[in-house]
Design a protein around this ligand. Structure first.
Ligand code: 2AM
Ligand code: CA
Ligand code: CA
Ligand code: CA
Length: 266
């Protein structure tokens, strides 16, 4: 498959960081780990991968700005372009030896996500998308699943974290979805969740309390695979408010209704 020069740059950076993560995953017990907040861990592996990505992308596209989970914002001379990077999405899985983690890199041009790469090095699954050019896993074109009934659908979600988010709201949402969907999954890597949805492995997804770097690349993956994404209010402010609902057009609509059903409606 012929990839654009831009996607090549992003794939090179993700693969290089992926090799670094794979090495560290093999010796996870030797990694230095620190806590950013309650239940919120960061390891040497996260930081090394981020440095690799930062160096690769800065070299290939000098001046572009960055938003990265660990380093935060780096303003470049070019404020029209911004990389949004999660060097290790699924740190908790990684530190527990669970091979569900990924590198997520997105590029925004004038505030619009134009390219995304998500790479799970443990499974060697590389997801790529470019605006208007479709979404791919390795060389295979992706399409969201076609199921239209929630009662046939497998729905992914994320849980609010220790000391963060609104646990009460989540329990209501979960109860609502449990009452209507065929099954529910929680994998622990938001970027991969969105790619699984793009690949038709899950039919729907919702989560709140997310950060831009968790979802920027995955949002494009879903759109380019023919899926629908919005925030919990039905608008397109996912990166700003960190809530997200996704599926094909029908499941997205049904899930929006179900997730937000008030308790009294049963
Ligand atoms: P991370 O591994 O990059 O931190 C899972 O629902 C998502 O939440 C993951 O994308 C994960 O990203 C993030 N996450 C995990 N633990 C977290 C915590 N304690 N606080 C905030 N985000 C967290
Ligand atoms: Ca983190
Ligand atoms: Ca993340
Ligand atoms: Ca991370």
């Amino acid at each position: 498959m012929a990839r654009s020069a831009l996607l090549n740059v992003m794939v090179q950076a993700a693969m290089k960081a992926g090799r670094s993560l794979s090495r560290d995953f093999g010796e996870v017990q030797n990694l230095q780990v620190s806590m950013k907040g309650p239940g919120d861990y960061v390891s040497q592996a996260d930081r090394k991968a981020e440095e690799t990505i930062f160096a690769e992308l800065s070299k290939a596209r000098p001046g572009y700005s960055f938003l990265m989970e660990e380093r935060g914002t780096v303003e470049g001379s070019d404020d029209q372009h911004r990389w949004i990077v999660d060097p290790l999405d699924g740190t908790t899985n990684f530190l527990h030896g669970i091979p569900l983690f990924a590198i997520s890199i997105a590029l925004e041009r004038q505030g619009q996500i134009v390219a995304g790469v998500v790479y799970n090095p443990a499974m060697d699954e590389l997801y790529t998308a470019e605006r208007g050019g479709g979404a791919f896993m390795n060389d295979r074109r992706l399409r969201v699943a076609a199921r239209t009934k929630l009662s046939d659908a497998v729905i992914g979600c994320g849980l609010p974290h220790l000391g963060r988010g609104h646990h009460g709201n989540f329990l209501v949402e979960l109860r609502n979805v449990m009452g209507e969907a065929a099954g529910i999954r929680r994998f622990g890597s938001a970027s991969l969740d969105l790619c699984y949805l793009a690949a038709g492995r899950m039919d729907g997804f919702w989560e709140t309390g997310l950060s831009a770097w968790d979802i920027a690349a995955g949002i494009l993956m879903i759109r380019e695979a023919g899926g629908f994404v919005s925030d919990m209010d039905g608008s397109q402010a996912m990166l700003e408010n960190g809530s997200l609902v996704a599926g094909n057009e029908t499941i997205h609509r049904a899930l929006m209704k179900t997730v937000r059903k008030p308790i009294s409606a049963g």
